[in-house]
Design a protein around this ligand. Sequence first.
Ligand SMILES: Cc1ncc(COP(=O)(O)OP(=O)(O)O)c(N)n1
Ligand SMILES: Cc1nc(C(=O)O)sc1CCOP(=O)(O)O
Ligand SMILES: [Mg+2]
Length: 211
Amino acid sequence: MSIIDTIWRLDPFYPVVDSVDWVERLVKQGTKLVQLRIKDRDDETVMPEIRAALTVCRAYGADLVVNDYWRAAIAAGADFLHLGQGDLDTADLVAIRAAGLKLGISTHDHAELARALACDPDYVALGPIYPTTLKVMPFVPQGLERIGEWKKLIGDLPLVAIGGITLERAPACLAAGADVIAMVSDVVRHPDPDARTQAWLAATRPASVRT
Ligand SMILES: Cc1ncc(COP(=O)(O)OP(=O)(O)O)c(N)n1
Ligand SMILES: Cc1nc(C(=O)O)sc1CCOP(=O)(O)O
Ligand SMILES: [Mg+2]
């Protein structure tokens, strides 16, 4: 697949969730790109959840990104995988590519970006753009200028911005050069996640496909 096709396929609204229930809830509402991020489990126990999430995403024409569990992603026949720098230490990139998986990689500084680009990823993620409460990170918030810098460095490769991004902050991230906005709390911890999802979809869907 060419980079143009990859850009075309990646939806700008990219929620990250920790269960099949959340995946289903989001894709039923029209979400087209979602990450299943389940932490601290093994391949065997996440496998049924990955398979179930794939089934529901395919039924609704959405792309599922599997976080971390590359062996399970291959075994389940997933289409997308997300790996961080620590994950790269043990991942078999040849096997991942041989399985036809598209790959997104996290970056937080220039050394990580160089390592990510050497893996020939299908997207690069930059974070945390703003302070995040989801996990403790040894990086200061990157800010908007860094998004522009990353976009210049990676060119046509899709840039995913993540970390502390709210619907209100999203326009500035997109204007700075992000192609896709990933988020957890702004959807999952919102008092009305369904209404928030609809608001994100309305704000990020291209005018040509709005109803
Ligand atoms: C889109 C996106 N960006 C970054 C991450 C973080 O990946 P990683 O650094 O491996 O940390 P964990 O999410 O695995 O805790 C991500 N998952 N998705
Ligand atoms: C999972 C994750 N990875 C990040 C990175 O910078 O690599 S920030 C992050 C958490 C994103 O959650 P929220 O939208 O609630 O801030
Ligand atoms: Mg990871």
